[in-house]
Design a protein. Structure first.
Length: 445
């Protein structure tokens, strides 16, 4: 009986000891966990990441300073480069920065454990699980708009053709072309804002956000013009109204550039010959008679140019002879013009562009045609042939006081001509082709 009582007592005692041990162990563990957690009473829990920066174990102030230095300040000190060909623009996020939510994020990170119970807090400390927090930077939209508008103001422009000029010594100078651009403000602004949100230096190619406009006459096109391929000149009497008109019209067509396919119009380039432009009255041919007209003499310039272009292998597109032979070019090789009625035109059908140089020196009008040197492999000769002479007309009047039928000759007319102009093409001094350029009739007067 005593033995049975002792066994029960011992069992109870053993259970009590086990319970006390477990209680002590539980209290010890809880005390240990509390001790682990207590070190974060004034600090941010470990495994807390703000903007990619580990701030675990730091006080809120320490975390703020660290994130500001290692993230915020670096973000604001980066450079954004915008380029377009040889133009470069730079910007810094500091220019557009207003504020950030860093303070609010620090508070959220520090307060994060409040959402966890006792055990969750302990397991969070024991695990490698990280809790991420992002920082948002705010930028001034108006400042970004103004920055983009300033770039647009400097870049948006029309394309400019390349230009060519011939110096007196014959050297050729080319001014390069410039492309035109139209920037898409909306898409560029979106890209700028995206770059501001990036933590890395950024380069923006403005060509990706603009429409490029290339001029018709590029530097490469003008570079084909490298030599004078033919020349022609005619003479006139200096110090006259005609001389003045020749000089003015020569200046007007000087520097004309024609790309392959372009058409030259004498009247379009010259315009109306008015006194306001400095043109004088001089002899003109109208209906086979010579009279005075404003701008008389400009036909000598168009005729000189006509002969020059024939010697390049080109053809006239619109050309008409005078109604009376002129004395500065052979028959059939003149080209008359009259504002709003008769024009001299030709098209550049060559494989290369041409440049027209026209100037007056002493009593000569010169027209030089510049183009590519390969065109000099061919040479051209012009021949004017009168194949029929038309008899002149005569004007008579009746003599007063004489029997009916008696007449007096008061004017002897001039004969007319039918003329054929041919052009011979030579290559390496060998005749390759003979072609008829024109069949003209100068009626008798």
């Amino acid at each position: 009986m005593v033995k049975e009582i002792n066994k029960g007592f011992i069992l109870k005692l053993l259970l009590i000891q086990i319970f006390c041990g477990l209680t002590s162990l539980s209290l010890g563990v809880k005390w240990g966990i509390s001790l682990d957690l207590s070190q974060y009473d004034q600090r941010i829990y470990k495994n807390i990441i703000i903007a990619g920066i580990d701030v675990g174990g730091l006080t809120p102030n320490e975390a703020h300073d660290k994130v500001k230095t290692e993230y915020l300040d670096k973000r604001l000190q980066k450079t954004i480069v915008l380029t377009l060909e040889d133009q470069l623009f730079t910007a810094s996020p500091k220019t557009f920065f207003t504020d950030s939510d860093l303070n609010e994020v620090i508070t959220k990170a520090y307060s994060y454990p409040l959402s966890l119970n006792f055990v969750e807090k302990w397991f969070f400390l024991l695990s490698d699980q990280q809790q991420q927090f992002d920082v948002t930077l705010n930028f001034n939209d108006k400042a970004a708009h103004l920055f983009i508008e300033d770039i647009i103001l400097k870049i948006n422009k029309d394309a400019t053709d390349a230009a060519i000029s011939i110096h007196n010594d014959g050297t050729i100078a080319i001014t390069p072309h410039s492309n035109g651009y139209i920037i898409n403000k909306r898409t560029l602004l979106t890209e700028l804002k995206s770059s501001l949100d990036s933590s890395m230096d950024s380069t923006i190619n403005l060509l990706d956000y603009s429409i490029k406009k290339t001029p018709a006459y590029t530097t490469d096109l003008l570079a084909y013009v490298d030599t004078c391929i033919t020349s022609f000149s005619t003479s006139f009497t200096p110090d006259t109204g005609k001389a003045t008109n020749i000089k003015l019209s020569a200046q007007a067509i000087n520097g004309t550039f024609l790309a392959p396919g372009d058409t030259f119009s004498f009247n379009e380039i010259l315009g109306e010959t008015t006194a306001e432009k400095g043109y004088k009255y001089a002899p003109v041919i109208v209906n086979s008679r010579i009279s005075q007209g404003l701008g008389g003499g400009v036909c000598q310039v168009s005729s000189t140019l006509y002969n020059a272009i024939l010697k390049t292998g080109l053809y006239p597109k619109n050309r008409k002879p005078h109604s009376k032979p002129v004395n500065y070019v052979p028959l059939g090789l003149d080209a008359t013009v009259s504002w709003n009625s008769i024009d001299f035109q030709f098209q550049n059908t060559l494989d290369y562009p041409i440049y027209i140089q026209s100037y007056v020196k002493e009593n000569q009008i010169y027209v030089n045609i510049y183009s590519n040197h390969t065109l000099k492999n061919k040479a051209y000769k012009l021949k004017s042939e009168v194949y029929q002479v038309l008899p002149p007309r005569f004007q008579y009047v009746s003599k007063p006081g004489t029997p009916s039928g008696d007449k007096k000759l008061v004017r002897t007319g001039s004969p007319g001509y039918k003329v054929k102009v041919t052009r011979e093409t030579y290559e390496k001094d060998k005749l390759q082709e003979t072609e008829v350029i024109s069949l003209d009739t100068y009626p008798p007067s």
